[in-house]
Ligand binder design. Sequence first.
Ligand SMILES: Cc1ncc(C[n+]2csc(CCOP(=O)(O)OP(=O)(O)O)c2C)c(N)n1
Ligand SMILES: [Mg+2]
Length: 276
Amino acid sequence: MLSAEKIARYEGKCGQFRIGLIKLLHKIQTGHPGGSLSAVEILTILYNEILRLDPRNPEKPDRDIFILGKGHGAPILYIILADLGFFPGEELASLRQLGSRLQGHPCANKLPGIELSTGPLGLGISAAVGRALAGKLDKTGENVFILLGDGEIQEGIVWEAAMAAGKYRLDNLVAILDHNGVQLDGKVDDIMPLGDVKAKWTAFGWNCLEMDGHNLAEIHERMLQARDLKNGGPVIVIAKTVKGKGVSFMEGNHAWHGKPIGDAEFSAALEELEAK
Ligand SMILES: Cc1ncc(C[n+]2csc(CCOP(=O)(O)OP(=O)(O)O)c2C)c(N)n1
Ligand SMILES: [Mg+2]
């Protein structure tokens, strides 16, 4: 169980990450606020409590693997990697600039801590399945985690990968679904409804767990449960989240999927986040 002291520390961190994110995206006048804000707590717990990683030795052979399926969430991933010391925090200012190691979507061969270049939705889980299968064959003991968007799982390639993970009994694979109900240009239910998400993954041979994707203690508990569930099946954790979480006018609003933050909006967002 996550101690009260740790919960308080991570709550503080999540607040700072949100403020850092808004400042950064306002400064560069580009990037994806909504999907980053949705994943703050999930990534904070994964990187601080669950993943076996060494920022000083990012390619250490016995590490766990994390893949950001929803590659447009790169800004929050970069902020967390910098916080852990994978690269200097000053480099965050180069986000999305020409020649930077911090591209708009993660670039594996440039930045320490990035395992796979992502951006095309659906690509990540295919590679995650391959990596988990390789880990099984090589008996590395590594766990493979992937964060998927709910718009992302409309991609057909996701279900081909899901089917393979079921067949190969990849119980070293944990997918987390950032189920915020919103995609790029509207609500998931309006654009391409997912139906009974739990029943669908279960039918593909996966174990299905659920959590509140903004509750630090619950995320921690569910991630440990998912990692340690070894019944032959991969695990998906459906995380109930809010796109744009923490900035009221961005919450649940697809317009903030990837829009430059204006000066008045910046002040309002900062005021709200700093008051928390
Ligand atoms: C194959 C592919 N098609 C379209 C896009 C453009 N695109 C980027 S993000 C996005 C919406 C993703 O929505 P979701 O997965 O729900 O992400 P979140 O709500 O967490 O931001 C789209 C359509 C893409 N990156 N890749
Ligand atoms: Mg979504």
